[in-house]
Design a protein around this ligand. Sequence first.
Ligand code: ATP
Ligand code: MG
Length: 371
Amino acid sequence: MKVLVLGAGQLARMMALAGAPLNIEVIAYDVGSKSVVHPLTQQSYDHTLASAIEDVDVITAEFEHIPHDVLDVCEASGKFLPTTDAIKAGGDRRLEKALLDRAGVANAKYRLVGSRQDLDEAIRHVGLPMVLKSALGGYDGKGQWRLKTQDQANAVWEEMAAFLAETEGQAIVAEEFVPFNREVSLIGARDKKGNVSVYPITENVHVDGVLNLSTAVEGNQSVQQQASEMFSAIADALGYVGVLAIEFFDIDGKLLVNEIAPRVHNSGHWTQQGADTCQFENHLRAVCGLPLGNTNLLRPTAMINILGEDSVDNAVLKQTGAHVHWYGKERRAGRKMGHINVCAENTEQLTLSLKTIAAYLDESAFPALPR
Ligand code: ATP
Ligand code: MG
């Protein structure tokens, strides 16, 4: 089987690595440079998008901010999965919120804001404090504002108005501020027949809107069940095929959906070492029409994001159960450069292992680690 992935970043790279044992070949389309490249070496193939579409059996995506004209030609080939509607919903908060409402899953109260009057209406409806998010193009907490008090409304609106004027079709979604106890996500896969298999819940620590640390958590049955039910509701509403990630706020054990990612997800990287079948393999299995692989947790596992660093002390590799994954990217401040998966026999051992590893990592670059 040959698969074309829209997007040529680390997620396409890890799909290529996971597909190799199954004889699934992955090629990637770099949306920025409009070239078809090898997902590991980034070398260009002698392909146009049209010839690559012709050449492969299946087309999928590693991110949601894909120009709609590209999605449309992929859709027209009849080879695209999970469905272009899912990708569009993941890339536009207006469509995403409408999807969550349609699927009947709990999510933060919201209003669309396109004018100063709308902002007042949003304040009445969702209350203060509120979080304002750009509808298009947001990731890692970018394109967001916080509005705490009424007297900040004019200043925040002025900033947002300037932002809205920059991009055609841009909009703002105003959302109630959710006083969550923690953030969790659920990664799962749905196959062509509608069978669903989900991983254990992942607990996520974000710093300045960017994921720093994910830990696979087993044992909270009520939270796992709520997340699984919402997963099925959303995946079924979309007729989804592939791996889907859902981010939640946990408020005293009750989950609200924050957002969805119609793809493999950073908070699922732990599955490479901690689960029977990793999310990258399961995504490929689903879109290629193969049976889904078992999603059980093999052992307590955490994932540490490496942000803006291009090396770590070799002592990290010496730690039992630690696995470093680099993405082969050029170093830039704050950029996702790689991650470290850490597995242990039990949760106490995992915390100890994270502390041991943290001693070799700079606290300012790895602020979420236990020390
Ligand atoms: P991602 O990289 O996950 O796509 P994003 O930029 O799309 O991120 P969100 O996930 O919506 O943005 O928000 C980033 C973080 O900001 C969340 O993980 C959460 O910590 C915080 N946040 C977002 N919305 C709210 C809210 N309504 N109430 C409280 N905190 C929020
Ligand atoms: Mg998010």
